[in-house]
Design a protein around this ligand. Structure first.
Ligand SMILES: Cc1cc2nc3c(=O)[nH]c(=O)nc-3n(C[C@H](O)[C@H](O)[C@H](O)COP(=O)(O)OP(=O)(O)OC[C@H]3O[C@@H](n4cnc5c(N)ncnc54)[C@H](O)[C@@H]3O)c2cc1C
Length: 323
């Protein structure tokens, strides 16, 4: 069975949730092989956990300089692992800001086709096929590459991670060459503080507020429901442009794309640019006082009502059920 390479996202020794999702996707296409970029010893320290997530092999693309550069070590490491794997069936990455850039550069390096922002993958008669949600979720398309090894960036949260064999995989070192002259140097590595809430792009639950929230002071109603549900907070662009919530929390075409198990939209009309960033959520709940708001066209559960009446009741009900 051909190997399917997965770029491992990790920080401070913790493997990102999306890596489990990618390894589950890889198992549908062939034998999952994790590619770890980092300082010497990183792959060995992560191997047990990667095995439990389904990796049969771990390629260690390690060097002392790897952590000092953005993007290029991952491109070099994946290219080296692809050569070592001998015609892998596909290469999977998360459709995150960095993953997208790595995928594009890797496609050029390997002269391969790139399938961007997929929400599902399958092997059909030996051909790797990806599914993509396009035009604000109005169409679902299936597509494949015509040239080379399929390089696929997958939207975090779109595939459920399924635990696999807990066998510790074999760690295979590969050479990673970094060219400092063409690499962006990391001069400081301070992730934005996110508090206790999960990362918006990978959260299982997202509660977003729109212009209907009315002010920055009112946004606590959104935050309280998110916290009760253990979710992340999002915002529509109108809410961001109005100064109700910071821009890094914007969901939509020009913000973050999310695909959680549950998406709650409070006071959001459901413009196509907002839908483009959340339409693949598994269950969509909308609260809006306008019964004709377009968000109700895609909602699984809708409440026509004032969010300041409905959301606190929902928060209380969730809290009571948990307690
Ligand atoms: C190029 C481009 C890119 C864009 N990118 C994005 C993007 O990434 N993300 C994004 O979100 N938008 C984006 N937009 C903007 C988008 O077109 C909409 O303007 C925006 O999504 C509207 O946000 P909203 O639903 O919060 O506000 P509105 O459309 O004003 O809707 C507010 C809603 O709140 C309801 N409401 C009011 N008060 C209450 C209450 N008390 N209780 C319950 N409901 C209430 C109203 O009935 C209304 O439906 C983009 C636009 C363009 C042109």
């Amino acid at each position: 069975m051909s190997e399917v390479l997965v770029l491992v996202e990790h920080h401070d020794g913790a493997i990102a949730k999306v890596t489990g999702e990618l390894l589950t996707a890889a198992a549908r296409l062939g034998s999952p092989a994790a590619v770890v970029i980092g300082k010497p010893g990183t792959a060995e320290s992560l191997a047990g956990e990667l095995g439990a997530l389904g990796a049969a092999t771990v390629y260690a693309a390690e060097s002392d300089e790897a952590a000092g550069f953005l993007v290029t070590p991952a491109v070099a490491g994946l290219a080296a692992a692809a050569a070592a794997a001998d015609a892998p069936a596909a290469i999977l990455l998360a459709a995150t800001v960095e993953g997208r850039e790595v995928a594009g550069r890797l496609a050029v390096r390997l002269e391969s086709g790139l399938l961007a922002d997929a929400v599902d993958v399958a092997a059909e008669d030996g051909v790797v096929v990806a599914t993509q949600s396009v035009f604000g979720g109005a169409y679902t398309v299936r597509y494949r590459v015509a040239v080379g090894t399929p390089i696929i960036s997958i939207r975090p949260g779109s595939i459920e991670s399924v635990p696999a064999s807990a066998a510790t995989p074999q760690v295979v070192p590969v050479q990673v060459s970094i060219y400092p002259a063409i690499s962006a140097v990391v001069v400081a590595d301070h992730p934005e503080p996110v508090g206790d809430r999960p990362d918006l792009s990978a959260a299982s639950v997202v509660v977003s507020g729109g212009r209907g929230v009315g002010s920055a002071d009112n946004f606590h109603v959104v935050e309280e429901l998110a916290d009760a549900m253990g979710g992340a907070v999002g915002a529509s662009r109108a809410a961001v442009d109005s100064g109700y919530y910071p821009p890094q929390f914007q969901v939509g075409q020009t913000g973050t794309t999310v695909s959680p198990q549950v998406y709650v939209a409070l006071g959001i009309s459901g413009a196509i640019q907002h839908r483009a960033g959340m339409q693949t959520s598994k269950t969509i709940v909308a609260v809006n006082k306008d019964a004709d708001a377009p968000i109700f066209e895609i909602a699984d559960f809708g409440v026509v009502g004032d969010l300041f009446t409905v959301a606190p009741q929902l928060t209380e009900a969730v809290t009571q059920r948990k307690g």
